[in-house]
Design a protein around this ligand. Structure first.
Ligand code: SF4
Length: 349
């Protein structure tokens, strides 16, 4: 999860999104000072906050700009601020809650094959932001990304499994990879005649909209003209994350890409029907369809985000009553070993 800093020469030639990434907050105190929140009032950081820890703070300034100042319970801030509550061993919470670390699910470095018709590539361990609830916050990316070394073995694996017709680029965040590397990966995928869809799971445009470069838009255009469908699943949890700037960047790719959104149900952040209704409506205004609402994956350090299932079901019932069906995200949980995400039933007849 630790990207290498780029050199001054590289920085001079860097895209605005790379510069934004370099300027991201990497210490909670910097972020709190920027938001004019006194740590003494907050009193919630790790007392021994360790800058060398693997999952350290990372918050782009463009994302911090969407937070309210002097507001310790801002719903965007609470997603990225390390709290004392992360410390501690809680029964039922584990480092690999989805059991991804086993050879059946993870047959090659950088490849996860959980569901029959699609595979997921953990393209990079880097992200634009570190979300404290992330179920892969302990994932061993250093030995488990494709890289140039493993990509051909992955292609061969896919060829040997003709039932696979969709490749999901994930991570980390696949848009942390440079456009040149994405071009290379897309070219490899294009050579696989069985593949019909490339899907990207990304939070990058939400926190740094400039990541949607003209080069990226050109790659999507070229790929869609080649005949492959491109689906981008954004990850946005709260309507305040949707900036007008994002809308104008998304417009660059909308002709070639199907835009969906997935959210995680998070205590004190979006566990209200009002917030989620507003999120769905705002997404739709911008041409993005709500896809998934996830019940939290129980990863170590995230228990304070968990919404009790009874409360969650009531919220989802209200969404069904208030929204047209196409704006209600599927409320799901991933259960290791199941052939698909598990839809959580919220109604009884
Ligand atoms: S952007 Fe996604 S992969 Fe990265 S920390 Fe956040 S939830 Fe995890």
């Amino acid at each position: 999860m630790i990207p290498q800093p780029i050199s001054i020469q590289q920085l001079k030639k860097a895209d605005p999104w790379q510069i934004e990434l370099q300027k991201a907050f990497t210490h909670p105190l910097e972020l709190l000072n920027h938001l004019n929140i006194k740590q003494a009032n907050q009193g919630i950081l790790f007392p021994d906050y360790d800058l060398s820890q693997n999952f350290k703070t990372k918050v782009p300034k463009s994302f911090a700009a969407l937070m309210q100042t002097q507001t310790p319970d801002d719903p965007l801030l609470l997603q990225v601020l390390p709290l004392k509550a992360e410390n501690g061993i809680i029964p039922g919470f584990e480092v690999d809650p989805l059991k991804e670390n086993n050879p059946k699910t993870n047959p090659l470095p950088g490849l996860l094959h959980k569901f029959s018709s699609r595979v997921l590539l953990t393209l990079t361990g880097a992200c634009a932001v570190h979300c404290r609830y992330c179920f892969r916050r302990h994932f061993p990316y250093q030995e488990n990304t494709p890289g140039l070394k493993n990509i051909d073995a992955i292609i061969t694996y896919i060829q040997k499994h003709p039932c696979i017709n969709e490749i999901i680029l994930s991570g980390g965040d696949p848009l942390s990879a440079h456009d040149a590397y994405l071009n290379l990966v897309f070219d490899k995928i294009k050579a696989l005649t069985q593949i019909k869809t490339i899907r990207l799971h990304t939070r990058f445009p939400i926190v740094i909209p400039q990541r949607i470069t003209p080069e990226l838009a050109a790659l999507f255009k070229k790929t869609s003209e080649f005949g492959l469908k491109i689906v981008m699943v954004l990850h946005c949890n709260h309507p305040n994350e949707l900036s007008p700037q994002l809308a104008s960047y998304l417009a660059l790719i909308q002709p070639f890409v199907t835009l969906l959104n997935q959210s995680v149900l998070l205590k004190n952040i979006n566990n209200s029907a009002h917030t989620l209704i507003s999120l769905s409506e705002k997404l739709f205004q911008w041409g993005i369809l709500p896809y998934y609402l996830h019940q939290l994956d129980k990863v170590t350090g995230s228990h304070h985000f968990e919404v009790e299932l009874t409360e969650a079901k009531k919220i989802v019932q209200t969404l069904h009553q208030a929204l047209p069906g196409y704006l209600v995200p599927r409320f799901v949980q991933e259960v290791p070993g199941l052939a698909s995400k598990y839809p959580i039933h919220c109604f009884t007849l």
